[in-house]
Design a binder for this molecule. Structure first.
Ligand code: HPA
Ligand code: ZN
Length: 326
């Protein structure tokens, strides 16, 4: 089989995708023009030349300022709609999409505009593309726990549109435990929970331990360093905990795909999945991530099919809706 065609055609769920990370330079220019914003870079090539990431911090330093072009509910709709069409072309039939409301409310954009714009695109994806799309509200971990809690309160009227909550941004000195009360409240409100554990240094295993043992998340984003602790791997396997890995993103922010870790988890029967993270910045949508991992690690079609099955099993679809896919 042509593995690339197989990877694209494979029906899959995407579970680790930041909507703000799908802002392609072409759309950035269109939104800037619509909103009367002058951009420092004048061409697509000049924008892409700034994508010179060596770690998470250097990525985030480009990622947040780019969001200035997102101003109105229509802008958020257009961003998500562009992504959802690409996702469809990558074989995605269900997606749980992160969004970062604090990156917008902190610059004066109303929470309601962000969530209604994104929601409109999600509904449209179901109607026009047959792609089911849900939203996950991500808190920025370099903001205070109080700011996260007030954002959670702002989200409550939109509960029906938000399947879960996550935690992203700069992980250094911002451990999961900082947000224990916020996540306890989110769970009490009925949200599913996940957290990024992606720092690639001493200490990340401690963050993974916190999310498993103290926070009790329903999923872990990245989290491949769990292989350092076989007892935690056994616990994750026993719980059927999903891991949303992002090979192409890893190759930018940690300089390696973490394919050994991902494949080791796959072979052990841990519910590991493959996702694109911030595809506009890292240059690969989800099927490209399946292909990149397969090429790096020598995976076959059966392995890719297993990863796709895992993506549905690790999703937050209701059992009845999940049964339609696997
Ligand atoms: N890690 C942390 N924060 C992020 C990421 C990521 O991969 N993408 C967008 N915000
Ligand atoms: Zn991420």
């Amino acid at each position: 089989v042509d593995l690339r065609a197989f990877a694209y055609g494979l029906p899959k769920a995407e579970l680790h995708l930041h909507l703000e990370g799908t802002l392609e330079p072409e759309l950035k220019f269109a939104l800037a023009a619509r909103n009367g914003i002058a951009l420092a870079e004048k061409t697509v090539e000049a924008v892409k030349a700034t994508y010179d990431f060596t770690d998470l911090t250097s990525f985030l330093a480009v990622y947040y300022p780019a969001m200035e072009v997102l101003q109105t509910a229509d802008d958020f709709h257009d961003l998500a709609w562009a992504y959802l069409q690409r996702a469809k072309a990558n074989g995605v039939v269900h997606v749980e999409m992160f969004f970062d409301p604090q990156a917008h409310t902190s610059r004066g954009v109303p929470f309601a505009d962000v969530v209604t714009g994104y929601r409109r695109a999600a509904v449209r994806a179901q109607d026009e593309l047959g792609v089911s799309a849900e939203l996950i509200l991500c808190f920025l971990r370099d903001f205070t726990a109080e700011h996260a809690m007030s954002t959670l309160m702002e989200a409550l009227p939109y509960k029906a549109w938000i399947v879960g909550v996550g935690l992203d941004s700069d992980e250094r000195d911002n451990p999961p435990a900082k947000f224990a009360a916020v996540f306890a409240r989110a769970k009490a409100e009925g949200f599913f929970t996940t957290m990024h554990c992606d720092i690639d240094q001493k200490g990340s295993i401690e963050h993974i331990r916190q999310v498993l043992e103290e926070i009790g998340v329903d999923r872990v984003d990245h989290g491949t360093n769990i292989v350092e602790d076989p007892a935690l791997v056994a616990l994750a396997k026993e719980r059927g905990l999903g891991f949303t890995t992002c090979p192409v993103s890893n190759s930018f922010v940690t300089e390696q795909m973490k394919s050994d870790e991902i494949v080791s988890l796959l072979r052990e029967g841990v519910r590991v999945t493959v996702n694109s993270d911030d595809p506009a910045y890292f240059g690969g949508y989800v099927a490209d991530n399946y292909v990149a991992l397969a090429e790096q690690a020598g995976l076959d079609a059966g392995d890719l099919a297993r990863l796709a099955v895992n993506s549905f099993e690790a999703s937050w679809l209701t059992p009845a809706r999940r049964a339609a896919f696997v």
